[in-house]
Design a protein around this ligand. Structure first.
Ligand SMILES: [Zn+2]
Length: 224
């Protein structure tokens, strides 16, 4: 195998000696790009994320150009991804936060077709500061289960000061309200007609896209 010393910016900084990449022959470029973009674990990320992933492992001349063309031509992306160029002038909502997990955004996705273990719902929890996402499969979308998961995340990272959620019945229930009141968490609901204020809406769109593409991959096999 031919290797090439082509450190990324971070590797140059840490001076660890990492930075040797496998040189990919022309015939395998599409396969390498597939692992970085089209594989279910890669989730059809955009051009820059795909290129970053490729540069961590591989080298071939013309990587930037090949990646750009591959991502632009990806059939699944064209079919499922929304138009990112649509510009809309939404109202500006300032988010004041100082530390990660100070403001938590929470939403429920589903009901989806049940999995083998009867999971139908996905609970999405996002830290508004770092945009770190936690996903939990749920069999039932009850307030008790949601409170359990919020607790789990709070114990692992930090107790939130504020939770932003949609106006769903689970988030206006007594159990949920009591839980937040006991812990001095401010509850905020996003307006029904302005869901963009909830950070999870962006993540939901990406997750929906990945979930839609994955069964197609399993059914039809990889498309290089
Ligand atoms: Zn794609």
């Amino acid at each position: 195998m031919l290797v090439f010393f082509n450190p990324t910016f971070e590797e140059e900084l840490d001076a660890s000696g990492n930075g040797f990449k496998a040189v990919i022959p022309r015939s395998l470029v599409k396969r390498a790009l597939f692992t970085c973009h089209g594989h279910p674990l890669s989730g059809h990320a955009g051009r820059s994320k795909t290129l970053d992933r490729a540069k961590l492992l591989y080298y071939w001349p013309g990587m930037d150009r090949n990646t750009r063309i591959y991502v632009k031509a990806c059939r699944h992306c064209q079919q499922y991804k929304p138009n990112q160029h649509k510009k809309c002038a939404g109202p500006y909502t300032p988010h004041n936060m100082t530390t990660p997990w100070e403001v938590m955004c929470i939403d429920l996705m589903g009901p989806k077709p049940a999995s083998r273990s009867q999971f139908k719902w996905i609970l999405v929890i996002i830290d508004q500061c770092t945009k770190f996402i936690e996903l939990f499969p749920l069999t039932k979308a009850t307030s008790t289960k949601i409170v359990d998961k919020v607790n789990e995340v709070a114990y692992r990272f930090r107790h939130p000061d504020k939770i932003i959620s949609v106006n769903g019945p689970q988030f206006i229930s007594t159990i949920y309200k009591q839980f937040c009141a006991k812990r001095y968490i401010t509850v905020k609901h996003t307006c029904t007609y302005h869901p963009q204020a909830n950070q999870t809406e962006c993540a939901n769109r990406d997750i929906k896209m990945m979930l839609a593409i994955t069964p197609m991959f399993i059914r039809n096999g990889p498309v290089f």
